[in-house]
Ligand binder design. Structure first.
Ligand SMILES: NC(=O)c1ccc[n+]([C@@H]2O[C@H](COP(=O)([O-])OP(=O)(O)OC[C@H]3O[C@@H](n4cnc5c(N)ncnc54)[C@H](O)[C@@H]3O)[C@@H](O)[C@H]2O)c1
Length: 250
């Protein structure tokens, strides 16, 4: 693995599980020190310990990305410890299955609140830090569900993930002059705790429709995120990178 992130500081929301966890480990493997932010603080502590096991510094912070004051406090902790933020990965997210008849107003607010407002609030807090540095890379988490019709996901999840693509393009355009790149990834079904409730039949159907014939692994999404955050992607901004085994091609 290249050490192209030596000395950089990365913040990963939702770093306590799944894709966020793999991203923390991937970025640490490339040399970054990592702030693991999650609402589940014990999980964040566990992943921070894994990062330290790779020989990198790590900080675990509890954050609720739907709360501006919680996000502010977490980012202050990161700055107290590391003094800068070079990479932000917004991986915190929640999922809901259902038709419009199943999704209540409260469900809408809850899912859009974490997945879309959460990414906005974290960017709003971190962007001024990157603007002062005149450098930074942000990777947001969309989904195949935000790009095309979804097999299972509710309208709240789909709208939040489409919204993340709009947020990404808007910020990429506004922040390019500050030396900040903003991109997002759009995974299909990845083998993480978020998909623990998929039935064997749902997995089989997904595998049948996917040219690469299987679910994705969280480390495969983490590799794409690390690429977008790295100097190798220096001329890429405002983009949405599919990580989907070929199930949806544009
Ligand atoms: N797993 C998939 O198939 C898949 C596919 C496409 C997109 N995604 C997206 O990838 C991201 C990560 O998903 P995952 O599969 O790793 O899920 P996961 O459930 O394993 O991890 C999500 C993490 O987000 C944290 N979190 C939830 N609400 C939070 C809040 N309010 N504040 C801070 N942290 C919070 C959880 O505690 C958890 O650690 C999500 O945004 C998800 O929508 C996942």
């Amino acid at each position: 693995m290249t050490a192209d992130m030596q000395g950089l500081t990365a913040v990963v929301t939702g770093g306590g599980s799944g894709i966020g966890r793999s991203t923390c480990l991937e970025l640490a493997g490339r040399g970054a020190q990592v702030a693991v932010l999650d609402i589940a603080v014990e999980q964040a502590e566990r992943i921070a310990a894994e990062v330290r096991g790779l020989g990198r510094e790590a900080l675990a912070c509890q954050v609720d990305v739907t709360s501006a004051s919680s996000v502010h406090a977490a980012v202050e902790q990161v700055l107290d410890r590391f003094g800068r933020i070079d990479i932000l990965v917004n991986s915190a997210g929640i999922y809901q299955i259902g038709t419009i008849n199943d999704i209540s107003e409260a469900d809408w607010d809850r899912v859009v609140g974490v997945n879309l407002k959460g990414a906005f609030l974290v960017c709003k807090e971190v962007v001024p830090v990157m603007q002062r540095q005149k450098a930074g890379a942000i990777v947001n988490m969309s989904s195949i569900s935000g790009r095309t019709k979804s097999m299972l996901a509710g309208v709240n999840y789909v709208a939040s993930k489409s919204g993340v693509i709009g947020l990404t393009m808007c910020l990429a355009n506004q922040l390019a002059a500050d030396g900040i790149r903003v991109n997002c990834v759009a995974p299909s079904s990845i083998d993480t705790p978020m998909n623990a409730n998929l039935t064997a039949e749902q997995v089989r159907q997904f595998e049948e429709r996917t040219p690469l014939g299987r679910l994705g692994k969280p480390e495969e999404v983490a590799a794409a995120i690390a690429f977008l955050a790295s100097p190798a992607a220096s001329y890429i901004t405002g983009d949405t990178l599919n990580v989907n085994g070929g199930i949806f091609m544009v």
